[in-house]
Design a protein around this ligand. Sequence first.
Ligand SMILES: [Zn+2]
Length: 656
Amino acid sequence: MAENPFFAPSDLPYELPPFAEIREEHYLPAFERGMAEQLEEVEAIAGSSEPPTFENTITALERSGRILDRTTTVFFSVASSNTTDGIMEIEKQISPQLTRHSDAILLNRRLWERIKQVTTDDPEESWLLEKYRQDFIRAGADLSEPQQERLRELNEELSRLSTEFAQSLLKATTESALVVTDPKELDGFDEAKIESLRKDDGTYVLPLLNFTAQPGLSQLTDRDVRRRLYELSVGRAPGNFAIAAKMAALRAERAALLGFPNHAAYVVADQTAKTVEAVEEMLGQLVGPAMRNAKKEAEALAEQAGFPIEPWDWPYYTEKVRQARYDFDDAAMRPYFELNRVYRDGVFFAATKLYGITFTERPDLGGYHPDVTVFEVSNEDGSPLGLFVLDPYARPNKRGGAWMNNLVDQSFLFGTKPVVMNNLNVTKPASGPTLLTYDEVTTAFHEFGHALHGLFSQVRYPRVSGTKVPRDFVEYPSQVNEMWATWPEVLANYAKHHETGEPMPAELVEKLKAAETFNQGFKTVEYLAATLLDWAWHKLAPGETVEDPEAFEAAALEAAGVAYPLIRPRYRTNYFAHIFSGGYAAGYYSYIWSEVLDAESVEWFKENGGLTRANGDHFRRELLSRGGSLDPLTAFKNFRGREPGIGPLLARRGLV
Ligand SMILES: [Zn+2]
């Protein structure tokens, strides 16, 4: 069976997965062998006749499941970025099996008895030991046999529903796409954009992006086309409402089994927020000011339009007001944001200034698609750090949004260096250079912040490597990295005209900055509405069922004080992938929770002179390199020198 590339470690540099050799038929056998191998390893640990020690129990568990780990990592990366019907079929089949497998470990009584007896004096070890204890307790290790049986059923059913939700959403991006036959209806788009939407049958197809306010809404001049696009967006994948309601009910039941009043309480218990009250207190401080700002913005938009606007008009007139007020024009900026330059002279440049690291393209190393580029990253002294893999373009078989994932975790235990990956969803032009919007530039810096968190990891155990920190902490380093997108020295270095090489004119730069706080009312309300919707679904009491999910959604927004016909949540229930097919259930609040830390840290960088090696080193040493190997708030305090406060965040969003 040596021909299955998952059975042995990759012999490519940095153990980069050998994508060229991996075929669809390798996955199932690798999953099966990987699970069987790990169960044997776990049995050996649980059945050992020696007294339990950290080494023969926790470290042994960390060492287990190598084949499964390699397979899972590659499979889910490809399933997200470059899926096929075959992969989707495997995913359906394997997801419940993987859940059953992890239950078989976490609900293994003999193993749990041994873990409970392990002791250690080493701080990193005892932090990891506590993580393991929490993992087992939270998975139901202390429950009775019949309770565990029910828990297994719930987990499997939830994992099946979550896959179903994701797959129907992926189909909806094309099935609910806006289709027009007359290109005049696309007035507002430039010619290259229109050309890129043309299909062989002569129609024009604008696929949906994964959030409510489609980018096309800000450009399309035909009001009725905007309405159609908006309605397609908010109405997509209607079958997902029922799936979501079912999942929320099952999660509530599971939370009750584990001794929590609802799923939200269960989730936040092992986050930095810790309690439902802490989250609600923070969100409560934002709703009033955000709604006031949004309503003020709506007045300005109606004035610009000359009539009462509808939700599909908001982005369009926002652009108009933005142009009138700041003379800001996204289209005028784009020639200065050429993809390669944004990375090499912007994202990478900032990282070199801060951390001394350098990037070399490795055309000899490839990904799963010709558009994927691999870079080798080195420290200032030339020592190897890891690989950075970039997949920038949207494809019909790629899920929406932007994200970072690890292909290889850094760990001293295995001597592995990190291989990290960023995915974006930039539309690939039919020909010529790829010009980004300002939002896409910010996203590139954001995702690279996650990549740095993975690349700088300096920990012993894979369980706490790099970005393996609580959900409400993980967005923090990536948000901090966004600050460099408009840092003068960085911006001047990458924002150059793609044809002439001329730097972006000073007045455009000024406008870019002046417009930064613009439309914050909309953005904050759109985000808060999604957060509070997530919260409502996951505060359902056990036994409570939702018959009419759309009515539930409306009532939840009303109750939270964010029901506003002009601004729907950034994600409605039917396409809220973060919470129904990603890991963010009762965790969407994390973005703003992390932003508290982010705003504090941006302030620290500014207080200390900004883009310097000394600042970069301090952030890298105290925060980025620690991964999840210590209490995240302790790492924050070691970096910042004080407890976080909400002040800098409110000021930044114009909410004071
Ligand atoms: Zn992020």
